[in-house]
Write a protein that binds this ligand. Structure first.
Ligand code: FE2
Ligand code: FE2
Length: 246
């Protein structure tokens, strides 16, 4: 990942910071009681996951930027953390208007936070991107599971932002991975896919009501998450699904 790539990401996150997402609440139809019961704990867990001070990530990015002479990186990471906090705020506003209780702690959130702190920027990104890949599939499922237009719009915004986050994270990880010899690279890929599959299993167990309501079964949910992984983190395949023009 070069300085030009980082400049593009810096522009992206600065643009988002200057034009923050806004989900209008006026005139929005409230959730039906059965929908509220279905999603309350699930959305509260994701809201919790979105809010983070980001101090570990900030420190790791500063160290990494210093070693690799990437002056734009700390600012990008700072803007990224702010965007995640805006996600948490959008979800919180929705939950408060819908009288859904906020969650202060959940065991899955505690595990994720501990794992991210273990070792440097690269491990942080592996753990973070796993959550974001699953988040993309989850927010799409949540959108499908509700008839509430405000929540649908919120999910769409979150998916849009998470797609860009995964784009940024995967570019960083692929650049870091490419510097390693073939065997460690293959082992890293295997370890990450295994971690992702395990995390998908945990997310299925804790959010299965919403996911089932959106039409997912465990295998389908795993397949959808692994497809996201393959799209962003597998080496690019150049074959196109249509014939070339001669
Ligand atoms: Fe987010
Ligand atoms: Fe994100």
């Amino acid at each position: 990942m070069g300085h030009d790539d980082l400049r593009i990401w810096l522009n992206h996150f600065e643009h988002h910071a200057q034009h923050p997402r806004c989900v209008p609440s006026a005139g929005a139809e409230p959730l039906k009681p059965e929908e509220r019961r279905l999603i309350a704990r699930s959305i509260a867990t994701f809201q919790l996951g979105e809010q983070s001070e980001g101090s570990t990530l900030r420190r790791a990015a500063e160290r990494f930027a210093c070693v690799h002479r990437l002056p734009a990186l700390p600012r990008i990471v700072e803007l990224f953390i702010c965007e995640e906090r805006r996600h948490a705020a959008l979800l919180r506003d929705f939950m408060e208007d819908e009288h859904i209780a906020l969650m202060s702690s959940h065991w899955t959130d505690r595990i994720f936070r501990r794992l991210r702190r273990l070792w440097g920027l690269e491990l942080y990104l592996y753990v973070l991107i796993s959550a974001e890949l699953i988040g993309i599939v989850y927010y799409r499922a949540l959108e499908a599971a509700t008839g509430c237009q405000r929540l649908k719009l919120l999910c769409r915004f979150l998916v849009c932002d998470e797609l860009a986050h995964v784009g940024f994270g995967s570019q960083m990880l692929l650049a870091l991975r490419a510097r390693r010899p073939a065997l460690p690279r293959a082992l890293l890929r295997l370890a990450h896919r295994t971690f992702l599959a395990g995390t998908v299993g945990v997310v299925w167990l804790t959010h299965r009501l919403v996911l089932r309501h959106a039409g997912y079964r465990p295998r389908g949910f795993l397949r959808a998450c692994l497809a996201q992984y393959a799209f962003y983190l597998e080496p690019a395949k150049v074959a196109l699904p249509f014939p070339s023009v001669s």
